[in-house]
Design a protein around this ligand. Structure first.
Ligand SMILES: [Zn+2]
Length: 271
């Protein structure tokens, strides 16, 4: 599943090809995504110039003065830029065609992705209204997490994966940042001190920033915005390492389910 760093990588990849360009046509070959693609609304954008390409959580916004397209990659979606037309392959569901011939092509085998429309460029789509802060921005800090976790009995791992608390901390990054900060994933969020939240916030920021800098992480099938598959795999300390030795203390990495998600940790390093 594309996580925040992959989405940011996609945003950075497509941005220079789209900003300042006019939308010539939108070809929706299969609009049956997670929600039906609003083709009529998108047609209102034909002739408009894309003014910016932004990201909020795992959503990408293609803004124009009349509104924005809101794209989510879902489980298996990817975006690529074509500089000239190529016949669409299976699962290439949408082409956004610019007046200079550049095409933004959306591929999504599982069709859990979405392309939605919001009429006012400065208004928040309903899916964005209740999102927590961006993890790499200044509003995400220890005091904030500490305050919103008081009296919460849920595990710290499910707490930091809740997009109302903070966006973009997916399963891999939650496991990795809890390891880095030495916090047991099952520990109740409300029982964690401010000092330990400071370590956790630093860990989340460091791990996500590193992944963004590397251009995404671990997905075998991830394709970047220019269609080049594969990035260097970020070294993962615990995720996917069940029954292997902890790199720090050499005890065996465990894997438990928390909120139906695989959760990897070291019982010696994480308390
Ligand atoms: Zn360990």
């Amino acid at each position: 599943m594309p996580e925040l760093p992959e989405v940011e990588t996609a945003r950075r990849g497509i941005e220079p090809h789209l900003v300042g360009k006019k939308i010539k046509a939108i070809d929706v070959r299969n609009g049956n995504l997670r929600w039906p693609v609003p083709v009529d609304a998108f047609n209102l954008l034909i002739g408009e110039k894309i003014t910016s390409v932004e990201r909020r959580g795992k959503y990408i916004k293609l803004l124009s003065k009349s509104g924005y397209m809101l794209i989510h990659l879902g489980m298996s979606g990817s975006l690529r830029i074509l500089t000239e037309f190529q016949p669409p392959a299976k699962h290439d569901h949408i082409d956004l065609i610019m007046s200079n011939g550049t095409i933004l092509r959306f591929n999504d085998p599982r069709r859990f992705g979405s392309w939605l429309f919001q009429a006012e460029p400065n208004s928040e789509h309903s899916l964005l209204v209740n999102l927590g802060p961006e993890p790499l921005e200044n509003g995400f800090e220890a005091r904030y997490l500490y305050n919103c976790s008081r009296k919460k009995t849920q595990s710290i791992k499910t707490f930091i994966m809740d997009s109302h608390v903070v966006v973009g901390v997916g399963n891999i990054y939650a496991s990795e940042s809890l390891f880095k900060s030495g916090i047991h994933p099952k520990k109740p969020a409300g029982k964690i001190s401010l000092a330990r939240y400071a370590l956790l916030v630093d860990a989340i920021k460091a791990i996500l920033q590193k992944a963004v800098d590397q251009g995404g992480t671990t997905l075998r099938d991830f394709t970047d915005s220019e269609g080049k598959p594969g990035y260097f795999k970020q070294q993962l300390m615990v995720y996917g390492r069940e029954k292997e030795q902890c790199y720090v203390c050499h005890s065996m990495i465990k894997n438990i389910k928390l909120g139906q998600r695989s959760t990897f940790y070291c019982q010696e390093c994480q308390k």
